[in-house]
Design a protein around this ligand. Sequence first.
Ligand code: AMP
Ligand code: ZN
Length: 139
Amino acid sequence: MNCIFCDIIERKAPAEIIFEDDKVLAFLDIKPIHYGHILVVPKKHYSDLLEIPGDALCSIIKTAKMVTGALVKSLKPDGYNLFSNNGKAAGQSVFHFHMHITPRYFKDEIHFKLKLKDYKNTEMQNIASLIKNEISNYI
Ligand code: AMP
Ligand code: ZN
């Protein structure tokens, strides 16, 4: 399997590493939204959120919080975004699960182009029912 993040973890590819422990690696995104944009990845290969076990995900989130603290203290952005693209349709380009953390600045002119919808009649309840019916499979 060809995976650039596995290569970085195994030191077969270069990266500017910020933090690592036995489960997690955090390094700078090579094409940052803003300078200091960080990626946090599990050391084991999981393709997306649904593949990654809960304890590994906890390690990712804890590390994300930790490196965000260091990012905010050092670079002093006005804010920051944490996000994860899952699936090609959602913009995922590297299929090794990762969290993005990017600094944000007032007037940085970055906007998500959203086309927000309105629910009609019972659509909201119907959608909630569909999701709720599956919840027990994921607890
Ligand atoms: P996504 O599109 O959400 O899957 O994010 C993948 C991210 O990985 C992108 O923001 C890329 O810029 C970043 N990326 C790809 N290759 C490398 C690399 N060799 N070192 C650091 N970041 C990378
Ligand atoms: Zn991988």
